[in-house]
Write a protein that binds this ligand. Sequence first.
Ligand code: HEM
Length: 435
Amino acid sequence: MTEPQHVFRRPPGPDQPVTLGIDAETLATLQGLQHEHGDMVSMIRPNGRLAYFVNDASEVRRILARRHSKYHKGPGFERVKMLLGNGLIVSDGDVWRRSRTMIQPAFSRQNVHRLMAVMVECCDRRAVRWAAAAAEGRTINITEETCDFALELILISTFGDDFDNRIMAGGENPFAFLSRDSTRDLSVVMKVRHLRALLRDIIADRRAGKGSQHFDFLSMYLAATDKQGNKFNDAELLDELMTLIVAGFETSANTLNWVWYLVAKHPDIEAKLIDEAQELVPNVSAVTAENLAAMQYTQQALEEALRLYPPVWLFTRRSHAEDELEDYDVPAGTDIYLSPFILHRTAHYWSEPERFDPDRFAPGDKPKKDRPYFPFSLGPRRCLGEYFSFLEMKVHLGLLLPRFRMRLLDDAQPELELAINLRSAEDIHVQPEVR
Ligand code: HEM
């Protein structure tokens, strides 16, 4: 008797090839496909590769968490590689596992708490500028300000004194272009080369016992060892530092940009946030891990901002082993697309999904596991900086929101720029007022 032949079970989808990138057209394409074919859609990309768009909450969890070992990073990461080499975000398999094991301890709560003073210092730097602008009746570009805040914070957290002494020695922040220049052209290649040379010098001095004596990420990365007791070599360290800087500032910066916008649009929510901040962090000496943990409403407002505007709005993966999703086969080599942006705004899971409502995340409201919510991803590759970023954003809002009211110059809803990160297409300008 012959064995019954296995029929390849493929989700429904269009007959024509579909072009997918990481851009606004791709969002429209994916939304259209979901509308027409449902939560599991298959298609062929113009390069002939099979691709699935997965918009089902439990299948997303399966790909990112339970079956993560069958999937590697997917299309689009080649471009990121130019900037980050083979650092944690881009690497896969054993290289990723080794780096993750070495780096994870640096992000323990205890270590992040030691960086709270840097968070306060970076807020002070902004407050001085904003107070001057308010006094002179000048407007400020809050998109640029939140970028500079988050960039300075990650650079001081990583390099300690070497930020002021070495990185800013020329008067200009050589990393600033990372937030301003989304193109990845030749001039960016040159600037990245320059940055890597600068970091190589700082690493060499640290290895020689010179440079910052501060507690910072670089010292922790230098001391990290793998299971065999080996440390990072210079090339690995450079990739991991570039990864830390890029992963560590644009996401938090974009979130804070949206929060300032949302708060300006919702005075009732703003008032609650201010009350909480005045009660728990009335001055810098009250900025403690306990008080920040108690900022429940601020936590909810941040989670809600990340629901509406997840900075990493599209995830891609490529299966390297066969898998099954629902009743469908996933052959090795299938490209997978998942979008927190789409799932976070699906009416089936979220009532009035377009509305900014921090109460959705109130304790006792629907548990998070019942709703698809993954701004930091899920599973073993979940963001390492989640705790750091919540602390930094709470310190930022806790210290700055009660001091400054930001009036929007343009009341219109900002357009979205959907690139590797989701940001406002135009910078947001505000008139600061000291309260
Ligand atoms: C609001 C802030 C942030 C958001 C929404 C965010 C989101 C994410 C997401 C979605 C991933 C996984 C990407 C993927 O698998 O394709 C990721 C990975 C990562 N993030 Fe974050 N991130 C934030 C802040 C930070 C900060 C502040 C740091 C560092 C200080 C950081 C460090 C990392 C690292 C190292 C990884 C790679 C983890 C791995 O692959 O093992 N992130 N982040």
